[in-house]
Design a protein around this ligand. Structure first.
Ligand code: PEP
Ligand code: MN
Length: 333
């Protein structure tokens, strides 16, 4: 249920109403917008007398929210959420480019790619240290050593780090990591989501291989319901009948997620297509669809990458793509 307050209401009256609702055993999420304050009620609202609340002179309207996702719901928080990572902002009109290799391999590799993507215009670097691989015989990532190399690259370039966490037990290793990625395979690892909800770290939550938008939003709800509001949603392609592509990029997810939720939505055209030459057109299409950012795999030597080489752009290809992305972004403003 949401309670929209009239503008410029007396703070004491507002707090009185909030306390009264909390005493009924409800959680109250307060969203202060430019023009109005919205109280989002969480819990069993079946016994709440909507007529009584509507009759209060500080209340503009009361609506029941039928969706099972509450905190992530745009009805609870009408204005776009802006997630900040240091000086970098994502959402609410702030567009963000994230780029780097699938996996951290060596110090030289991660530093050179980080420098190259920064020079091309990226404001965050990606690189996997803990890798979820389909085969247990494939490269599993450099793990804590990989995180150390990311820290060195951050020191060299100033770019904040985006990297995947696969297990709750690894959380202490990620203390100074800027953005924690929850990969597609872990989108419904509810224990991990709950634990990340206890932190205040920005979480990049990728849509699962075969998950609906509602399931993605419910996973984001796990993080937000535990208190962490810094969630970025990511469409990275889903399993369909696609034969020549790794996945199918569901671009209509972008405007739909924006309609349903206030959270920023970014797109990963690299995992969505699996083919480097498909990445530029889909990156431009995702930008045109209104994505708040793009996460793109870039490798200094794709032919010899330990993971996801076929979908990785070279630094030169990435540098050629960025101005096109920015002009599409400009065109839709
Ligand atoms: C990745 O970002 O390298 C990755 C494994 O992504 P996803 O979880 O989307 O497959
Ligand atoms: Mn990858």
């Amino acid at each position: 249920m949401i309670v929209v307050l009239k503008s410029n209401v007396d703070a004491a009256r507002e707090n009185q109403l909030i306390d009264w609702l909390k005493n009924m055993g409800l959680g109250v999420h307060v969203s202060v917008g430019e023009y109005q304050t919205v109280l989002g009620l969480i819990g069993d609202t079946s016994k709440v007398d909507t007529d009584l609340i509507s009759s209060l002179d500080i209340v503009e309207s009361v609506k029941r929210v039928s969706e099972t996702f509450k905190c992530v719901n745009r009805k609870f928080h009408p204005e776009d959420t802006v997630v900040s990572i240091g000086d970098v902002k994502i959402g609410g009109g702030n567009f963000c480019l994230i780029a780097g290799p699938c996996s951290v391999e060596t110090e030289e590799q991660i530093i050179s790619v980080a420098k190259a993507v920064k020079a091309a215009g990226a404001s965050l670097m990606r690189g996997g240290a803990f890798k979820p691989r389909t085969s247990p015989y494939d490269f599993q990532g450099l793990k804590d050593r990989g995180l150390d190399l990311l820290r060195i690259a951050r020191k060299e370039t100033g770019l904040p780090i985006v990297t995947e966490i696969m297990s709750i037990t690894d959380l202490p290793l990620f203390e100074d990591i800027d953005v924690l990625q929850v990969g597609a395979r872990n989108m419904q690892n509810f224990d991990l989501l709950k634990e990340l909800g206890q932190t205040r770290k920005p979480i990049l939550l990728k849509r699962g291989l075969a998950n609906t938008l509602k399931e993605l939003l419910m996973s984001a709800e796990y993080i937000m319901a535990n208190g962490n509001e810094n969630v970025i949603l990511c469409e990275r392609g889903i399993r369909t009948y696609s034969d020549y592509l790794r996945n199918t990029l569901d671009l209509s997810a972008v405007p739909m997620l924006h309609e349903l939720s206030h959270l920023p939505v970014i797109v990963d055209p690299s995992h969505a297509t699996g083919i480097a030459r498909m990445v530029p057109p889909m990156a431009l299409a995702a930008t045109a669809a209104g994505a708040d950012g793009l996460i793109i795999e870039v490798h200094n030597d794709p032919m010899h990458a330990l993971c996801d080489g076929p979908q990785s752009l070279t630094p030169e290809e990435y540098a050629a793509l960025v101005p096109k992305i920015l002009s599409v972004r400009e065109a839709i403003r």
